[in-house]
Design a protein around this ligand. Structure first.
Ligand code: 5RP
Length: 238
């Protein structure tokens, strides 16, 4: 049998997370190709009669879920969620994540933080010993973007992180703008030896709206690989 593709693995992880969904739940819906599989599978359950109310983390996910007939609310309408399911760009053994490759990190973090449980779904290529192989996205306000970028460079140099900090561009060269109207700096340093310290320092910079280090948020990471699906943490209620 041929090895499953990365896309098939993402769908397998999404299917495991779907088992944690129960009728009546309020759900956060992540963003990205893996989260899109979850939304797709959830849509089929909703069509079959599952009653849930969902808060999407991006306009892209909102459009997908709406097209599938998934009942939607804003986070203001449903400010306390039972479960959020989302992908990640990287995770380590402590379930620390880098997120934001799809540019939705701010809403993803707000929604995850409003959830009792946060299940991350990934294929095995996202597992790392040390975070940082994937460039860290940092969302910034457009006002004073150059000053904020210099500040991010200073702070990261102080922590011994050497690399590039640059604005994310769209294909064609235009600057990428998030759903919330912010910009993203992609910070490519390689191994981040102390993600907790970096998270604290970035959060303290005026102009940084949010960063893509998700620490202490994931309650489970479902990892689909060629040898099957393994779960770090607990997908079920405690
Ligand atoms: O953080 C994200 C979007 O902001 C995504 O979860 C992350 O980029 C992973 O995406 P994919 O599932 O397509 O690999």
């Amino acid at each position: 049998m041929p090895a499953p593709s990365a896309d098939e693995l993402k769908r397998q992880a999404a299917a495991v997370a779907l088992e944690a969904v129960a009728p009546g739940m309020r759900l956060g819906l992540g963003t990205g190709s893996t989260a899109a599989h979850f939304v797709d599978l959830l849509g089929a359950k909703v069509k079959a009669g599952l009653d849930v109310l969902c808060v999407p983390t991006s306009e892209r996910t909102r459009a997908q879920a709406a097209a599938l007939g998934v009942p939607l609310a804003t986070l203001d309408e449903a400010p306390e969620l039972d479960l959020t399911v989302d992908g990640a760009d990287e995770f380590d053994a402590k379930m620390r994540l880098i997120k934001g490759g799809g540019g939705a990190l701010l809403r993803e973090k707000i929604v995850a933080a409003a959830s009792k449980r946060f299940i991350v779904i990934t294929d095995e290529s996202k597992r790392v010993e040390t975070l940082g192989a994937f460039p860290l996205p940092v969302e910034i306000d457009p006002f004073g973007a150059k000053a904020t970028r210099l500040h991010v460079e200073r702070v990261t140099r102080d922590l011994g992180l050497i690399g590039t900090v640059g604005p994310r561009l769209k294909p064609g060269g235009h600057v990428f703008v998030t759903d919330g109207g912010h910009l993203i700096l992609d910070c490519a340093f390689g191994a981040i030896s102390d993600p907790d310290a970096l998270a604290d320092r970035l959060s303290a910079i005026p102009g940084v709206v949010e960063h893509g280090l998700f620490i202490g948020l994931a309650t489970a990471v479902v990892v689909a690989g060629r040898d099957g699906v393994v779960t770090l943490g607990r997908t079920g209620a405690a």
